[in-house]
Design a protein around this ligand. Structure first.
Ligand SMILES: *[C@@H]1O[C@H](CO)[C@@H](O)[C@H](O)[C@H]1NC(C)=O
Ligand SMILES: *[C@@H]1O[C@H](CO)[C@@H](O)[C@H](O)[C@H]1NC(C)=O
Ligand SMILES: *[C@@H]1O[C@H](CO)[C@@H](O)[C@H](O)[C@H]1NC(C)=O
Length: 348
């Protein structure tokens, strides 16, 4: 009897560790996640005055994960509306890139600027303020690395950064700039603007860029298109063709979205990409909501995780959002696979 219950418990905990259900977190807009030395670390946009990090050893454990407020700031120019924070490891140190606004900022038209915090040897360490990367309207900053070219900053920028944002005339694009240090950037250029109909629902918007790498040294950018308050908010894909990453001609845009509303999940977008604990699988973390069939850009959004697969030529395919509650296989290596030291791609 003792022996049987021991066996059953052992079996059940094995199953629990390797499966999960979506959503992995509620109130989980604009997710970004990494796996590092035994833990997944998740960040989301926060409107209530701090950046909160959640960690767990399994995806299934995220719903009850440890939480920690990793940042708050009373400086009036960057106190508020912490949007789209992301953890990135550069040269062995973890940083958080995030967007912040001045006090009482209007959500669309007023100032939003990109900032960076410096942490330590793990994402859970203490962060201190490091710097502001731009003083023009810029949101959703992320770090990308190219063979030979090195590190760049990608973000959502306005067509004319000297003029106020306007959803039809001065709309959001994807910009790229060389990362000249962890807290400074060089000249920015636009590499994607909303051109297809699926990028213009509600408003013409390209935002939330994130790097995606395969094992053939090919580099992609996922980004979100259309208004986040519509059911058409979806992920698009840019493919790097190998030339100077700051030239728009070095990128091709897939003509259709790669992830869109499915199975009762609406407005599937604003993603991050993470590796499985054994680094053999690439995963997509994104938000959606299920309360409003025509879309909602508020606290009804939750965080989902699904696989990304690659064809033999390196082309990515995205597993679509599954019905909430579907029991899914967790990332490879949660059950005792050897943890990876460094989730970032090779540095050259
Ligand atoms: C990483 O460190 C190397 C060597 O110190 C330096 O040349 C490089 O600029 C650093 N990378 C970044 C992105 O700061
Ligand atoms: C969220 O957005 C939907 C759609 O615009 C709206 O009906 C709902 O009241 C909003 N909920 C909250 C809590 O703001
Ligand atoms: C690269 O990925 C493809 C597609 O997942 C896989 O078939 C192939 O074995 C991988 N190659 C290496 C060297 O890991």
């Amino acid at each position: 009897m003792l022996c049987l219950s021991f066996l059953l418990t052992g079996f059940l905990s094995l199953v629990t560790a390797s499966t999960y259900t979506n959503p992995i977190r509620t109130q989980g807009a604009d997710p970004h996640m990494v796996y590092f030395q035994g833990y997944y670390y998740l960040l989301n946009s926060q409107i209530d005055g701090h950046i909160q990090m959640v960690r767990s050893t399994t995806l299934g454990g995220m719903v009850n994960g440890d939480t920690k407020n990793v940042w708050q700031d009373s400086t009036p120019s960057r106190c508020c509306a912490y949007w789209a924070p992301e953890q990135h490891q550069i040269n062995g140190t973890w940083y958080i890139y995030y967007t912040a606004s001045p006090q009482s900022a209007d959500p669309f038209t007023s100032a939003h600027s990109p900032y960076v915090l410096q942490g330590g040897a793990t994402p859970w360490d203490t962060y201190t303020y490091l710097g502001q990367l731009s003083d023009s309207w810029s949101i959703d900053g992320s770090i990308i690395h190219f063979p030979i070219y090195g590190h760049y900053f990608i973000y959502s920028c306005l067509l004319d950064p000297t003029q106020p944002a306007n959803p039809t005339t001065n709309y959001q694009n994807i910009c790229i700039a060389p990362l000249t240090s962890v807290s400074t950037i060089g000249t920015s250029s636009i590499i994607s603007s909303p051109t297809f109909d699926w990028e213009k629902h509600g408003a013409s918007i390209n935002e939330g860029p994130h790097a995606l790498y395969n094992n053939l040294s090919q580099v992609y950018i996922t980004f979100s298109a259309s208004g986040c308050g519509t059911q058409y908010y979806a992920l698009g894909l840019l493919t790097w063709t190998g030339g100077d990453p700051t030239e728009e001609a070095s990128w091709t845009k897939s003509p259709e979205p790669v992830l869109s509303s499915a199975n009762g999940n609406y407005g599937t977008g604003h993603n991050g990409v993470f590796l499985s604990p054994d680094a053999s699988e690439v995963w997509n973390v994104f938000h959606a909501e299920d309360q409003y069939p025509t879309g909602a850009c508020n606290s009804s959004r939750y965080t989902m995780a699904e696989r990304i697969y690659f064809a033999a030529d390196g082309t990515p395919t995205f597993e679509q959002a599954m019905k909430l509650g579907t029991v899914e296989q967790g990332p490879a290596g949660e059950d005792g696979g050897s943890p990876v030291e460094d989730p970032e791609p090779p540095q050259n």
